[in-house]
Design a protein around this ligand. Sequence first.
Ligand code: NAP
Ligand code: GLV
Length: 313
Amino acid sequence: MKILVAMTGKDPDLWLPLLRGALPDAEIRSWADGDDLPADYALVWKPAPEVLTGRVHLKAIVNMGAGVDAMLDLHCSHPGAIPEGVPIYRLEDAGMAIQMVEYATYATLRHFRSFDEYEFQRRERLWQPLSPRVASDVVVGVMGLGSLGAAVASRLALLGMEVRGYSRSHKSIDGVLSFSGTEQFESFLHGVHVLINLLPNTADTRNVLGKGTFSLLGRGAYIVNLARGVHLVENDLLDAIHTGQVAGAMLDVFREEPLPASHPFWDEHRITITPHISAQTMPGESVRQVAEKIRAIEDARVPTGRVDLCRGY
Ligand code: NAP
Ligand code: GLV
């Protein structure tokens, strides 16, 4: 079995030995310019258009991350760059869900326990206890209840807050109120204090974090964007912070990454910025999952995590 690896921005010296260890019978090579040798599988992350073009004999392509938007962009911008009929799989959790749980819990508690306010006070050498809040009075909304969002919502429910989840299809998750479909979106948002985004980047979800959404939240809500920068209308966030409708935000993803030094978010002290690290790809767990998907295909079993290009995730 021949495996082609083309992972932009990921170190082949780290990944190739792990892959060779997990799939000892496979011939595994890194893609190089002009590579037209045969391959059974392609493991890719943000591949250049020429990597997959014409590779109609692949048994599968595996996207070495959770979000498949780069593949969809490629599909649209370079028709034919993704060979038709070849199934695409993606990483499901693979060590990312627990990281999202940690980040989302921190962000939620940061807002709920007024740590931003105490940080501003500290800078002014001010000692000023604020009124306490009760967890059961706080409403958290998690948009997207897939591999990552479901883990986040169910863990946050353990903090004693009201947790709502929003997805396309109805979900049954202990302690989480399920809202599904566009017709339930407004009732999902109504009165939410902490809004966490874990939706995929699709035509339906872009710009979802904009003024219409912010206006339905509880006053002084907190925005946590962990999915993609294109979900957020940046000026709408700044406006909502200036009016007080939104108290602040923790943002891990941005329309332009790295976030340019001149970007106004750097000057807004109510926005906390992290450099796309809320859930990083874990090589060990990812390789184990990919090897299992490949073994399933070789054994004529159907692996989970198939991407639906029409649906967009
Ligand atoms: P997933 O398993 O595909 O889950 C997507 C969820 O979103 C599903 O619950 C789906 O509903 C819901 N959804 C999709 N379109 C919707 C719509 N139009 N309206 C309402 N709900 C919709 O994805 P995942 O693995 O949890 O990952 C989510 C995203 O996180 C990725 O796409 C990626 O962009 C981002 N991410 C970011 C980082 C980071 O470090 N910042 C790391 C990993 C991933 P159904 O369940 O009904 O289909
Ligand atoms: C990272 O952002 C991913 O989609 O895996």
